[in-house]
Design a protein around this ligand. Structure first.
Ligand SMILES: C[S@@+](CC[C@H](N)C(=O)[O-])C[C@H]1O[C@@H](n2cnc3c(N)ncnc32)[C@H](O)[C@@H]1O
Length: 323
């Protein structure tokens, strides 16, 4: 077997195994970062064995054909080193740091999402639902890189406030908005707790509710700070799956925009987010549960609609909440 055939075999193996291997690696780090993690956890070892298998077996096949089966002992040493790195990394950072690091890294690539039609459409839907007018005061909760604020910014006279705990996200937002919005680096619940009653006409939450551990408190605070005549517009994911999002993109925009390197990185970070939701750090609640939470906090949901992947099968809901 020639060298280029071996190289091709490796390339195919890499493409096929990259996603499952990355997913398993994330799962292992997340598991090791949990406060109650023990090395006796059987599930952890099963995932580790699977991870080793996935990154080892496909590479062996071309090597076997080329009669270059690697030394098993070397593989075992690598397995041990890999395990130590995973466990130490998870233990050292802990789940809280892992989450805050996630938002920082996400901030570096987040605007890659602007290449994705469904995301741009989601922001436009949110802007339209807000019906912001001059002299209105808008709070964007978890404003990220300021994409929504940038979209509503031409509304003359409106006062814009954004809050987020990621300094990387906020530095991007500052670059876009200059001094045209007040941007605050703070934990959401803490920030909301400091705001006077009925101090905003509009409150927006775009793709942030799933990341807040105490969601009922989030709804209570948002409903407290919004004026009785005001409204909250919230959109969040209620179902997994990226297929419908890609399909919606292809119906409206060029396919090659999906290959933007930053958007591909967003895809990798999203795998970490979905892994964190499996271990209950994040939660993507179903629609019924979400509406129940909002009602218990004293809110009323109207105009509930699916989006982010189309009106039929979209993975997000967008809803308007009033007191
Ligand atoms: C997926 S991004 C959404 C960004 C933005 N809303 C957009 O236009 O899409 C979630 C944002 O929420 C922020 N976030 C998550 N949990 C937070 C918390 N507890 N306090 C402050 N910000 C938080 C993250 O830093 C991140 O910027």
């Amino acid at each position: 077997m020639t060298d280029w055939m071996i190289a091709l075999g490796f390339a195919v193996a890499w493409v096929v195994t990259f996603k499952p291997a990355w997913r398993l690696l994330i799962r292992l780090v997340v598991a090791a970062s949990q406060p109650d993690f023990r090395l006796t956890n059987g599930r952890f070892w099963l995932d580790f064995a699977l991870y080793r298998l996935i990154i080892f077996v496909p590479y062996v096949i071309p090597l076997v054909f080329a009669s270059r089966l690697p030394n098993l002992l070397v593989q075992l040493i690598w397995a041990w080193i890999g395990l130590s790195i995973i466990v130490s990394f998870g233990r050292i950072v802990g789940v809280k740091q892992l989450v805050s690091g996630l938002w920082q890294v996400y901030g570096l690539v987040y605007d890659g999402l602007l290449n994705l039609y469904p995301y741009r459409h989601l922001l436009e839907l949110t802007r339209d639902r807000l019906e912001l007018s001059s002299a209105n005061r808008l709070l964007d909760v978890g404003c990220g890189t300021g994409n929504l604020l940038q979209l509503v910014e031409p509304t003359e006279g409106a006062e814009l406030v954004g809050v987020d705990s990621s300094s990387v996200m906020l530095s991007r937002a500052r670059r876009k908005l200059g001094g045209r919005a007040e941007l605050v680096n703070s934990e959401l619940i803490e920030f909301l707790g400091l705001q006077p009653d009925a101090s905003y006409d509009r409150v927006a939450l775009v793709n942030v509710a799933y990341a807040v551990p105490n969601r009922e408190e989030l709804w209570r605070q948002c409903l407290r700070v919004v004026k009785p005549t005001g409204r909250i517009v919230m959109t969040t994911s209620i179902a997994p799956g990226s297929k419908v999002i890609v399909q919606e993109h292809l119906r409206h925009d060029r396919w090659w925009r999906l290959l933007h390197p930053k958007l591909l990185m967003v895809g990798l970070v999203d795998l970490l987010i979905s892994e964190l939701s499996r271990s209950a750090v994040f939660e993507f609640p179903p629609q019924k549960q979400l509406i129940g939470e909002i009602q218990r906090a004293g809110g009323r949901c109207s105009q509930i609609e699916r989006c982010y992947g189309g009106r039929e099968q979209g993975v997000n809901i967008i809803c308007t909440i009033t007191r």
